[in-house]
Ligand binder design. Structure first.
Ligand code: ATP
Length: 748
């Protein structure tokens, strides 16, 4: 790569869209006005049928802006985002349709609400419903596919309500919650509300459930939607909005007066197949909120860009050098690309002339610690430009203050079940092209506080060829955890009325896993063990290992191990630059039995340093040892939450094997109970053959057992590169495997 000047010389060529990206309804383009107002006719309520024909335009971005109308609230256009917050609320497109939105929701059990990105759906609709009294004595739930959206939205809406997070406005995400008895609006991940179903199958605490970003069709959103249909029947007895073919949903929720407490459901998105959702709910009302607050101009590259990281680098500097102030958000598929681009931007930014704006680079991906993620929301100091390098976790719902430019590589990582190729049944992340819906959502992250620009690193032709929406997760991911939750609710995949039914093979594989773990019996019924496992917010194998630890008196150790394994980042820092030093440092913690006991050694050493030294020394220690402090901090948080579950379910979390002669054996026996499907035995050629699958695997080079040959192993996961590697490996005596009930009748 050349210097900046060379970089500029070979810059990308972009082609501008014929018109700015704007509202779904075609109207003559008159102006780019910062304060687009809409009148009540900008909100339309239509039947699903009528809507189908006009919704076609949703993916066509060559629309013009709405005609200029007198602003409802005057505001200085040169100071976008600086007005008092209540004034900002009144300038959102949805404000003009506030009364109509409330009326439609009041009159219908189920409403499908479509409005452009940034029109104010997610932040305003819950507040409108609260102000209109639709929450009654219950709460309004707003679900989000991602935790960063749930927490940041709660913070924004709390500010708008002039309260702090956790009072009237709260949130609930896995391993973190801020709510109280005062909470009336709760932003929560779809996973958390599905978990709440376990204790409250009719969601009786909620008067309104708003399913936001429903177009993403995550597995948990689909599970929620299927349950909402049943709950509507039970709570409202509503025929139009809920059919209940299997006669489920017994026991109606009651208000204190004894009357059933009816439920309102709102399905929201900017890019939704409205007709499909409406039909699913027996002809639900579809509401369109017209207009967007600020225009976003979209550019496509003239030619395709095979090296999207390099193209993103060039585009960033083109923007940085040629364009005025405003922060930049770059969408990349994953952490590796983010780290690589971070380095390149940093390198070139240092060579910029002194008078240029300084560059603050902020990565954003799911496994980054929440405190690190939150940095993206801080305002940019004068003389600086913030560039956020994000995966698709920044794609929907969030507003990042200051972002004016979006650079979209057109790539994402998608979870996919790989049983068909390997027979082992694991989800793996594959890089692929995004959908039109994602492209629209990504562009929508610009233009939230003023005019925005989106640079797509793909041609307009490629955009047109993209699928409109993604395949629902229920059709492409492992179903084990969801099946366990469903069984706790007395439900089955086959019986529930899903929008899209799951693949039979995936259901069979989930049933097999739960049977092997002892969560289901041979009649597919939930066992007491399965119910105990479901109490822990963990993947079923780890939940099984934790439950088994009670039997072996090593819950303290297992809590530590499963917390580290559940953290979103890895325990050891992987670095290309200092591979040998990193390997040497790791050796200090190495336990002869492998990686699970090694985890305990690292945590213990970290705790010793934490107790005896200050914060800085602890950080230095982590750096020298190539230990990821983020992972340890997150694991400590997870451990505290799991300890609470242990307390509630009567598991003695203090029980420890430490100091006993057989400590290692006890810990490994508990791990084997959970990782029973991930067991493999040594073959004469030095590879390992799965006991429960057809694959032959090798031990991953990062494992402490990489250069050893042992009779049998268990492992956390498989990694697919040129070969299949087992990662997170422990050596176990074959007799431990043979002890697991499912193996008792087989010779190992
Ligand atoms: N944290 C924030 N800081 C500044 N402005 C914000 C913030 N959150 C929201 N806003 C303002 O409120 C507008 C509406 O946001 P909201 O999330 O309600 O829109 P939306 O219609 O749900 O969009 P999307 O479909 O993209 O989620 C934003 O465009 C922005 O102007």
């Amino acid at each position: 790569m050349g210097k900046i000047s060379a970089l500029k010389g070979i810059s990308n060529t972009f082609q501008k869209h014929q018109a700015s990206y704007s509202s779904p309804r075609k109207r003559p383009h008159k102006r780019d006005h910062a304060w687009l107002d809409v009148s009540d006719d900008d909100l339309e309520v239509r039947s699903a049928k009528k809507q189908a024909s006009s919704s076609k335009g949703m993916h066509n971005q060559n629309h013009a802006h709405g005609p200029r109308k007198k602003p409802r609230v005057s505001a200085p256009a040169h100071l976008p985002g600086r007005e008092p917050i209540q004034m900002q609320r009144q300038q959102l497109p949805i404000y003009a349709g506030k009364d109509a939105v409330i009326d439609v929701i009041r009159q219908n059990d189920v409403t499908v609400l479509i409005g452009e990105t940034g029109s104010g759906k997610t932040t305003q609709v819950p507040q409108y419903l609260l102000e209109a009294g639709l929450a009654g004595s219950g709460m309004i739930a707003v679900t989000q596919p991602r935790r960063v959206a749930a927490t940041s939205l709660a913070s924004r809406v709390a500010t708008e309500q002039q309260t702090s997070v956790g009072s009237v406005v709260g949130y609930s995400v896995r391993f973190d919650e801020a709510s109280s008895s005062d909470t009336k609006i709760k932003y929560l991940t779809d996973g958390m509300i599905v978990r709440e179903l376990l204790g409250d199958p009719l969601l009786s605490r909620y008067s309104v459930v708003i399913v936001d970003e429903a177009h993403e069709r995550t597995l948990r959103t689909d599970l929620l939607i299927a349950n909402l249909k049943t709950i509507l029947q039970a709570r409202n007895g509503s025929a139009s909005a809920a059919r209940d073919p299997k006669g489920k949903g017994k026991g109606k929720a009651k208000e204190p007066s004894g009357k059933p407490n009816p439920l309102k459901v709102v399905i929201m998105s900017a890019t939704l197949e409205a007709e499909k959702f409406s039909k699913y709910f027996g002809g639900a009302k579809v509401v369109y909120v017209k207009g967007r607050q600020h225009p976003v101009t979209i550019y496509h590259t003239a030619t395709s860009q095979p090296d999207y990281v390099d193209a993103a680098l060039r585009t960033f500097f083109q923007v940085h050098i040629d364009q005025g102030p405003g922060d930049v958000l770059i969408f990349l598929p994953g952490q590796e690309d983010i780290e690589s681009l971070e380095k390149s931007i940093d390198l070139y930014a240092k060579q910029l002339p002194k008078e240029s704006l300084g560059v603050i680079i902020l990565p954003l991906y799911a496994s980054l610690q929440p405190a690190q993620q939150a940095k993206i929301f801080a305002s940019t100091p004068p003389g600086m430009r913030k560039v956020i390098l994000a995966t698709n976790i920044a794609e929907t719902s969030i507003t990042i203050p200051g972002v004016k430019y979006v650079i979209d590589t057109g790539k994402c990582k998608e979870k996919r079940y790989v049983a068909k190729t390997t027979g082992t049944g694991f989800d793996t992340l594959l890089t692929r092209d995004i959908t039109q819906s994602s492209a629209v959502q990504r562009a929508g992250r610009a233009g939230r506080e003023g005019k925005g620009y989106c640079f797509r690193l793909y041609t307009e032709e490629s955009f047109k060829k993209m699928p409109a929406t993604a395949e629902p997760e229920i059709r492409r991911c492992t179903l084990t955890s969801s099946l366990l939750q469903l069984r706790c609710l007395g439900q089955n995949f086959e019986e529930l009325d899903f929008m899209d039914q799951p693949d039979e093979g995936s259901v069979a594989s989930a049933l097999k896993t739960l049977f092997l773990l002892g969560a289901l019996d041979h009649t597919k019924s939930l066992t007491p063990l399965g119910r105990q496992m479901a109490a822990f917010p963990l993947e079923p194998p780890l939940a099984r290992a934790l439950v088994a630890s009670a039997e072996w008196g090593c819950t303290a150790e297992l809590l530590t191990i499963v917390s580290v394994l559940s953290a979103s980042s890895k325990l050891f820092v992987d670095t290309h630059d200092a591979r040998e030093e990193a390997a040497d440092a790791r050796k200090k913690f190495r336990h002869a039995s492998g990686d699970h006991m090694t985890v305990l050694n690292v945590v213990k050493a970290y705790e010793d340093v934490s107790q005896s030294e200050g914060k800085k020394a602890r950080k230095d220690w982590c750096r020298r040892m190539f230990v990821n402090e983020r992972c340890l901090a997150e694991a400590a948080n997870i451990r505290a939450q799991l300890r609470d579950v242990c307390e509630k379910t009567g598991v003695d979390w203090k029980a420890s094997a430490e100091g006993g002669q057989d400590a290692e054996a006890r810990v490994l026996r508990a791990m084997v109970a959970g990782l029973v499907q991930n067991a493999a035995c040594l073959q004469p050629d030095g590879s390992y053959k799965q006991l429960m699958g057809p694959s032959v695997v090798k031990i991953h080079p990062s494992s402490s057992l990489a250069d050893k040959k042992v009779s049998a192993i268990i492992y956390d996961e498989l990694v697919y590169t040129t070969q299949i590697y087992a990662r997170g490996v422990s050596a176990v005596p074959r007799s431990f495997i043979a002890e697991v009930p499912v193996f008792k009748r087989r010779s190992v």
